[in-house]
Design a protein around this ligand. Structure first.
Ligand code: GLP
Length: 240
């Protein structure tokens, strides 16, 4: 289902309300979290609203979608750093309940298996926040990733490395690989909110609307999920 909003601030207000409703209903809920520029206004609004409303977030668990391989949690471009900066350090969460893949794991395969198992053992994700890459990737599930995939190590596509290079000093510094939740892990969430903003994603959305369900556009897997909401700003919806 497409929901079109005037701008990213309106999407952030909508999702902040939805997140707070979930937490009020179940103060121990598990959330699936995402990074990227798209998520920044959402976390900012949520932090502001939780403070205003005095909501208790200390029982919340979370699993992030992905992390770069080779970056420590203190590296400024790691997703662990991003999450602390935009959300985890802003509210009184219980840090032991907040999970990201470990980009420095030495036993990567074992780490990936444990990550997917921990998501399942948490009782399942109540709401998964998702962004999308211009090539249709979700998390770091690049084109061609099987829909039955669980957490795995992935080589990043050239397109994704170029898109993400704006956060690094040079292209050479952009990691070549990442650990990502698989598409099956993402689809196991009870509710999914895909957020797409900006004119540069308009064609990506047109491809979604016109295409079928294909691993070549990983986010078309969401068409198989009955409780997915696609929240767009007017720029991202401009070709629909
Ligand atoms: C990265 C992340 C994705 C994210 C995408 C889009 O590749 N791994 O999870 O959805 O970027 O990011 P942005 O929101 O900055 O466009």
């Amino acid at each position: 289902m497409f929901l079109v909003f005037p701008d990213s601030a309106a999407i952030a207000a909508h999702l902040s309300t939805r997140l707070q409703d979930i937490i009020r209903q179940d103060p121990q809920a598990t959330l699936g979290l995402a990074t990227g520029g798209t998520m920044e206004p959402i976390y900012a609004r949520f932090v502001q609203d939780v403070r205003t409303n005095g909501l208790d977030v200390s029982g919340i668990s979370s699993f992030n979608l992905d992390e770069y391989v080779g970056l420590s949690a203190t590296h400024e471009q790691s997703y662990a750093y991003y999450m602390r900066q935009h959300l985890f350090d802003q509210l009184p969460f219980d840090a032991t309940r907040l999970h990201l893949p470990n980009g420095l794991a030495t036993e990567q395969e074992q780490h990936c298996q444990q990550y997917s198992a921990a998501i399942a053992a948490s009782g399942g994700v109540a709401l998964q926040l998702l962004g999308v890459g211009t090539n249709g990737h979700i998390g770091f599930n690049e084109p061609g990733t099987p829909f039955d995939s669980h957490t795995h190590v992935v080589a990043l596509s050239e397109r994704t490395r170029i898109d993400n290079s704006r956060f690094f000093d040079s292209m050479d510094e952009v990691p070549a690989s990442a650990i990502t939740m698989g598409i099956a892990d993402i689809l196991s969430a009870r509710e999914i909110a895909l957020v797409v903003t900006g004119e540069h994603k308009a064609r990506t959305m047109l491809n979604y609307q016109q295409g079928g369900i294909t691993p070549e556009l990983p986010f078309t897997a969401l068409k198989q999920h009955a409780n997915t909401h696609i929240l767009l700003d007017e720029a991202a919806a401009s070709l629909l």
